[in-house]
Design a protein around this ligand. Sequence first.
Ligand code: ZN
Length: 279
Amino acid sequence: MLLNKCHCLLVTISLFFISPIIYAWNQVGHKVVAQIAYDNLTPAAQQQVNQLTQIISTYYSKQASFIDSAIWADSLMQRDIKTFNTWHYINLPINQKGKHRQYYAKINVVWAIINAQSILSSHASNNFEKSLFLRFLIHFVGDVHQPLHAANLYSKRFKYGDRGGNLFLIKNRDAKNLHAMWDRCFTLSNRKYQSAKAIIQLANQLQNKYPKAYFGQALQITSPMQWAKESHTIAKDFVYTAQYNRPLTRAYQQQGQLICQQRLTLAGYRLAIMLNSIF
Ligand SMILES: [Zn+2]
């Protein structure tokens, strides 16, 4: 489904007023997904994404590169632009004794990826639209691989869901709740990876640790809903083994960090496959 012109206009106007902040994977997470994707683009695809990235960058110079533009979608929320809020996640329910109404919004991260994909592939879209939706796509392919962007826990404590771990408190110096901890991939602080060089190094480390062969068949899965379901399964089987309002165990943090690193790397490879096929 194509987004109508009003939405595009709204975003165009808002571009002049926004500043960067963090939601979902933090800035490091989103940038490293973009970097891994960029590293795996064909020269033709690289050339096209470079051109498209430049169009929006005229309005928003702070995030002028393909890598930096990965965090742009989160900065819209900071300016209280609510139109795109549900595009970042899909609340697939995890039910622990839940008997309450459970649903997820139809306009969700899976929809957003498919929408962006179709706009980028369509001859009917102009380059401004493509530039805009390329930014969305880079960001949302990252988001859907964060386990807590595809899960909502219903339990005795959370009768109406825990908002993807946002209400699930933990005792930790770096993060107040489970969602925030997974967003920062446990150890990837924005302060530590501020420079473009640091992101490139991290992307190289992750690709060396998890080369494409590591993921095997998983790289052939091109359905965003399947990606969301993978995230949901990880949330169900591992993420929510954390204890509410308690410190995370060392074992949990180590395992969680590995899972995060794998999800970031996989997201980067899958984004590259998608962009190579579009361009
Ligand atoms: Zn997001």
